[in-house]
Design a protein around this ligand. Structure first.
Ligand code: ZN
Length: 58
């Protein structure tokens, strides 16, 4: 199991927070470590906020 974002490998099966997702394009499973999945979630919510601000300006 290896993080697709940072390339870090999960050596310890007890390590928590890893997320497995199905890649829409390749139809294969990819993995994110706990740190990278947090970044992804943060990025997604930040992008939503940016959209809201753009609407307010408009
Ligand atoms: Zn990672």
């Amino acid at each position: 199991m290896r993080c697709v974002e940072c390339g870090r490998q999960r050596k310890d099966s007890a390590e928590r927070g890893w997320v497995t997702v199905l890649s829409p394009s390749a139809a294969q499973r990819i993995h994110y470590c706990c740190g990278c999945i947090e970044n992804l979630v943060h990025r997604a919510s930040t992008a939503d906020q940016v959209d809201d601000y753009a609407d307010d300006d408009g």
